[in-house]
Design a protein around this ligand. Sequence first.
Ligand code: SAM
Length: 234
Amino acid sequence: MEFSIKPIGTIHSCYTEKFGIPRQPGLVKSARGSIEMLPPCDREEMFNELESFSHIWVQFQFHEAVSDGWRPTVRPPWLGGQKRVGLFACRTPHRPNFLGLSVVRHHGLRREKGKLHLDISEQDLLHGTPVFDLKPYVPYSDVVPDASSGFARVTTRKLAVFFIPEAEERCRSYRERTKRNLRALVVEILLQDPRPASQRGSTREYGMLLWDVNIRWRANDEGFTVFAVEGHRG
Ligand code: SAM
């Protein structure tokens, strides 16, 4: 049996490349974005009463993982990339139908140039991600207080984040121009330590693209230093 499903929307995200996206939603509160609703799902009435819920489940496709395919077992980054676990025991994007599930905060509807957008934050989605369904998050049943989280753990070792003055100034002027709090976003992402597990301890330089800006940084034992904010005017 085969089913064919069509996207109901498309993600607009601060994450314009995969590197730097946190492992789960909720970890980077200032990760903003929106869901652009596509016809026939771009009608305000389809969202009546959603304002009484703070969060929604987003069902989507890991569209940029499709061409890589999938394997029955994977090496999750939580385990330092050493141990293999079953595909269904982890949240890898590389899965048979490449389907993902994230709880994100929503900030209501907005119409811009005729398109209906649902603004979101606390998200972990790549720009351009196709969305298949939205549902309200209902804590009375979705929170499972006695659930165990297996090998998946929150990063506990928090390093400091420094900006050289020029990078600081670039973030300030970017915010003035776009109203986007780039600095807060960069700090929250770096506190999650986006380096692959095998490169923890590495002092090499990294670049990550957020919106239209390339952020260049390196890490040492004391923390992360952002030394360039490139690719935008001013
Ligand atoms: N919360 C979702 C879930 O559990 O299904 C996603 C978890 S997955 C471990 C998170 C990673 O998916 C992110 O770090 C990002 O690199 C990747 N990702 C997000 N959107 C994607 C997309 N459209 N295509 C491919 N990878 C994506």
